[in-house]
Design a protein around this ligand. Structure first.
Ligand SMILES: Cc1ncc(COP(=O)(O)O)c(C=O)c1O
Length: 447
């Protein structure tokens, strides 16, 4: 029998990131400058991004080499193990083999560190001194704080207010790495002030926090903005996950039948699945499944249209599955999945039916997480637990021996207050907010 933990050695860490855009049988709709109505140019992004990342964002090159300085830091936790969840399999009495790529092994507890290191490196190389960003649950904020600390840049994180209150220890982590953490919406930006004037009790959303961080960065030439998901270059940096997983599955003599990941902006999902898209194009038996919350169902209930990436309409227009940039999701505990849109790459794959999507409610997701923790010992982040819910459902219903692989995007050690709420019966379910989505979709910009 094959090993239950498939480890690679450090020489097996991918030397280049994989750009799926080079192999897609269709062209991605270009991002649009809302001012001109024309496709975005490199210069349009210069006020907030370094040129090297803008080039990656627009690149059609298949492979982009990972710089030595980035590799030096990635080696702290990469390669991550591919583990077989054999105790979960036994509990489910399934014939399926379930594997997970353990991205919780990164120093900050999730996959987000993979791109944080790369983004801060390129910003530093181009002379930037300070970075701003948004964070939902705090995983991305922690990852960027760590990376800024490694490369000696200052960092301000706009943290969605509901998570700021739900997850106090994420703030401690960010402070450990010397970042400044601000509850969003805040009074530090015009976007924040406007939203607070309309609704002083606003819980915040990723869309609002992005507006604040972009506005802050655009005001100062030494400050840039970093995004933890959605954009092509972010998903590019995450492809180390899928590239390693491919090698590990080959070592275990496995070919996946299912690839599964949770989706907020799409980065852990894209990171796992992009290196397998060519396989899917050749073999339709491979099922690739994106999992999202009922409370924020962009892929399952959104529209594939051009929309702003943020609430205050400061970003370029991107073609994506969106619930409307004004949509503010309910305060579910998977804060990293509370985004109104989705990566343009993942959206295009969904539009072309290369991937499928499912949505679940919060209580079922926590039940799945607890079963995983009881059997495998690891406590999943509430975001990751969405993928686990889908895995369990599929493993229970599959009558044949199938190979299921999912991305264990992060651990939930700093989400234990949410688990306590679940154990106390205090967690609420939210159904599809169809009325709110319909209203928010009315605000889609004309392109
Ligand atoms: C652990 C974890 N998984 C998943 C996500 C969702 O983001 P993405 O879709 O970019 O992977 C987040 C976002 O904060 C996260 O913290």
């Amino acid at each position: 029998m094959a090993d239950f933990k498939i480890n690679l050695s450090e020489k097996d860490i991918p030397q280049s990131w994989y750009n799926v855009a080079a192999d897609l049988p269709f062209k991605l709709p270009p991002p649009i400058n809302p001012g001109t109505g024309k496709p975005l140019k490199e210069d349009d992004l210069r006020p907030i991004f370094p040129l090297s990342l803008i080039k990656q964002e627009m690149s059609q090159e298949r492979w982009i080499e990972i710089p030595d300085e980035v590799m030096d830091i990635l080696t702290i936790w990469r390669p991550t193990a591919l583990k077989r969840a054999v105790h979960l399999e036994r509990a489910l009495k399934t014939k399926c083999r379930i594997y997970y790529k353990d991205e919780s092994a990164s120093p900050t507890g999730s996959h987000k560190t993979n791109t944080a290191i790369a983004q801060v490196y390129y910003n530093k190389k181009e002379g930037i001194k300070r970075l701003t960003t948004e964070t939902g649950a705090g995983q991305w904020g922690s990852a960027l704080s760590f990376a800024c600390n490694v490369f000696g840049l200052s960092c301000r994180v706009y943290m969605v207010k509901v998570s700021f209150e739900q997850k106090p220890f994420r703030k401690s982590l960010m402070r450990m790495w010397q970042a400044e953490v601000v509850a969003s919406p805040s009074t530090l930006t015009e976007s924040g002030k406007k939203i607070l004037k309309e609704d002083p009790n606003c819980q915040g959303s990723l869309g609002i926090a992005i507006s604040e961080a972009v506005e802050d960065a655009a005001k100062d030439k030494n400050t840039n903005y970093c995004l933890g998901s959605v954009l092509n270059h972010v998903l590019l940096h995450q492809t180390v996950i899928g590239l390693e997983a491919k090698k590990q599955l080959a070592l275990a003599d496995e070919v996946p039948d299912y690839l599964i990941g949770c989706v907020g902006g799409g980065s852990n999902f894209g990171g796992l699945i992009h290196p397998f898209v060519k396989d899917k194009l050749k073999n339709d038996n491979l099922k690739i499944i994106a999992v999202e919350p009922f409370a924020c169902p962009s892929l399952t209930k959104g529209k594939y249209e051009y929309d702003f990436g943020d609430t205050a309409s400061l970003t370029p227009l991107i073609k994506m599955f969106t619930l409307g940039h004004n949509f503010i999701p309910a305060g579910i505990h998977a804060g990293g999945l509370r985004y109104h849109g989705c990566s343009p790459l993942v959206s295009a794959l969904h539009d072309k039916k290369i991937i499928e999507a499912r949505a679940y409610n919060q209580i079922d997701v926590f039940k799945a997480a607890v079963l995983f923790a009881k059997t495998e010992g690891l406590v999943p982040a509430p975001e990751t637990a969405h993928a686990i819910k889908a895995v369990i459902e599929i493993a229970k219903s599959e009558k044949k021996e199938k190979c299921i692989v999912f991305n264990f995007s992060g651990h939930g050690f700093l989400d234990l207050a949410s688990y306590d709420k679940f154990f106390n019966g205090e967690l609420k379910n939210y159904s599809h907010p169809l009325k709110e989505i319909r209203a928010a979709l009315k605000s889609l910009p004309k392109v």
